[in-house]
Design a protein around this ligand. Structure first.
Ligand code: BYC
Ligand code: FE
Ligand code: FE
Length: 483
């Protein structure tokens, strides 16, 4: 299917041939723009940002970069073309023809999955809306906005599915996606991590490292869906996710690099006197965002997960292509896990494989996170610094699943309330940490310059140098004039 870039809503789904759907989406579009202006990046909307836009769904379609104002970004609907004669690859309907329409039996479940996925996208934009005011460089400012517009596009992807396949209740859900608000007391976003504030750039890098990576795994599982339109949407979203995780992983790497440089200059090792971010403090932010992101996988033993798998709605990560996965029905097996015994001490527990699908996905996620953490450790090792980043134990600081009724230290040992209270500031960002990080958050908007707490990137965007003018400020921008 060709990409129609010139219509009001760019798409490769033949929108022009479905007048009713086109009209419904064109009616939703101004509400989206209104939401973007209210809840998207605060300021910067008249500045020219060096953004990447999809002009086709082939890999070469990604090479398109230009300076655009964010509200002029071409939010559109793109699906990775599905293979011919696609079949359901797992669960009770394995081997049946895949669905082009919503199967009646699974309508409620599919709608719920799509709404939950869709809700995270605008939520993250809301969480990040103040960060532009304290970007450490123009390069980072541009990356933030690239992530934001793409999360906006992911919302479009889910709204398209709701409008096209779920009739009136789909349209209502699409409206509600613009009404819930991250962190709102009465009308919050659906999942925990998406109601947490992201008020500084260390949190932003942790979020894109750990929370966007949940996106990679959830989208990977949904890309296996027997409902082909969902699978094709998620497959295309995954191509954008890679850049979001790159921003997070390299963002923290650049902080670590800068801290190592400053440690050499501050022989007593306290880099905060030189405006750097201590490694222990970075570790506490890692502990926070990793644990909050682990919660996004839901319960380890989950009847919802079993239902989704049985129905062929949500598979395992690379269910169809991972040669290590041989049993796609998963009715027989068990997954070895632990559950809290008396006093919260772990005892082993076998979970029926289908009911363990959240845990299977999460375990793959954890390995992927560790790979990224190891790249940070290599910098420390090379510099001869005696410190190693770790991921906290999966039992640490949990609010979903089996491990919520007792506190655990980052090594996974149960601790009593008094110990938790006494030591939590060693394990999670303290008020003092947050105040220190906030004090560093001063914008640096001159091309080629960068804030003192982070190293510049190795490469710029699209073969440009670091000193490229990634954001051209509009002279009428009130923020520019205020500076
Ligand atoms: N917070 O059976 P259980 C992304 C609820 S990120 C609050 O254990 P289930 C992105 C659950 O809803 C990817 N509530 O879990 C990243 C259920 O509620 P009910 C997002 C939670 O349902 C960065 C109850 O607890 N995509 O794209 O198997 C920037 C028991 O649930 C949480 C998806 O998540 C939580 N953390 O699994 C931008 C994919 N966890 O039934 C974007 C779609 C669980 O008691 N979602 N609950 O009312 C799903 O597949 C599943 O809903 C979940 C939960 C994996 C999230
Ligand atoms: Fe997304
Ligand atoms: Fe993302």
């Amino acid at each position: 299917m060709n990409v129609d870039l010139n219509s009001k809503i760019p798409n490769n789904v033949g929108l022009a041939d479905d007048r009713k759907l086109q009209k419904a989406l064109e009616a939703w579009q101004p509400n989206f723009i209104e939401w973007w202006m209210d809840m998207g990046p605060d300021g910067f909307q008249t500045d020219e940002i060096f953004l990447r836009t999809a002009v086709s769904v082939e890999p070469s379609g990604w090479a398109h970069f230009e300076h655009v104002k964010m509200p002029d970004y071409r939010w559109g609907i793109f699906l990775t073309p599905a293979e011919q004669d696609r079949m359901i690859g797992f669960g009770d309907h394995i081997g049946d023809k895949a669905w082009d329409k919503v199967p009646g039996d699974w309508r409620t479940e599919l709608r719920r999955i799509i709404v939950t996925q869709g809700d995270t996208e605008p939520a993250s934009v809301e969480q990040q809306r103040q960060l532009g005011k304290s970007a450490p460089s123009l390069y980072d400012l541009r990356n933030l906005f690239q992530v934001n517009v793409e999360e906006g596009r992911h919302l479009w992807a889910m709204v398209y599915l709701l409008h096209k396949y779920f009739g009136r209740d789909g349209r209502e859900e699409a409206e509600d996606l613009l009404v819930r608000r991250s962190g709102h007391v009465d009308n919050p976003r659906i999942l925990g991590a998406f109601n947490e504030p992201i008020s500084d750039w260390l949190s932003f890098y942790c979020f894109t490292m750990f929370t966007d990576r949940d996106g990679k795994y959830q989208l990977g599982a949904l890309a296996e869906s027997g409902f082909t339109p969902l699978a094709s949407s998620c497959q295309f979203m995954l191509t954008e996710e890679a850049h979001h995780m790159f921003v997070g992983e390299t963002g923290i790497r650049r902080i670590v690099q800068r801290t190592v440089e400053l440690m050499k200059e501050a022989p007593d090792g306290d880099v905060s006197t030189a405006g750097g971010i201590p490694l222990e403090l970075v570790q506490r932010y890692v502990n926070r965002w990793f644990s909050v992101s682990m919660d996004l996988f839901g319960g380890e033993d989950s009847s919802n997960a079993a239902t989704y798998f049985a129905g062929g709605l949500k598979g395992r990560f690379r269910e169809g292509s991972d040669k290590k996965i041989t049993d796609h029905v998963a009715l027989e097996g068990h997954y070895g896990a632990f559950a809290p015994g008396p006093d919260g001490t772990p005892v082993s527990k076998e979970i029926q494989l289908r009911r363990a699908m959240n845990l299977v996905l999460r375990d793959g996620y954890e390995v992927d996170c560790m790979r990224g953490v190891n790249t940070w450790n290599r910098i420390l090792k090379k510099a001869g610094v005696d410190f190693e980043f770790t991921l906290p134990h999966y039992r640490f600081h949990r609010t979903q699943g089996l491990w919520t009724s007792c506190n655990y230290d980052p090594q996974g040992n149960p601790v009593d309330d008094a110990t938790w209270e006494k030591r939590k500031d060693e394990w999670l960002p303290s008020e003092a940490d947050e105040a220190y990080i906030a004090s560093l958050m001063q914008p640096c908007y001159e091309p080629g310059k960068i804030a003192g707490w982070i190293a510049p990137p190795k490469h710029g965007i699209n073969h440009q140098g670091f000193d490229f003018e990634y954001v051209k400020f509009d002279a009428d921008d009130p923020y520019v004039r205020a500076r």
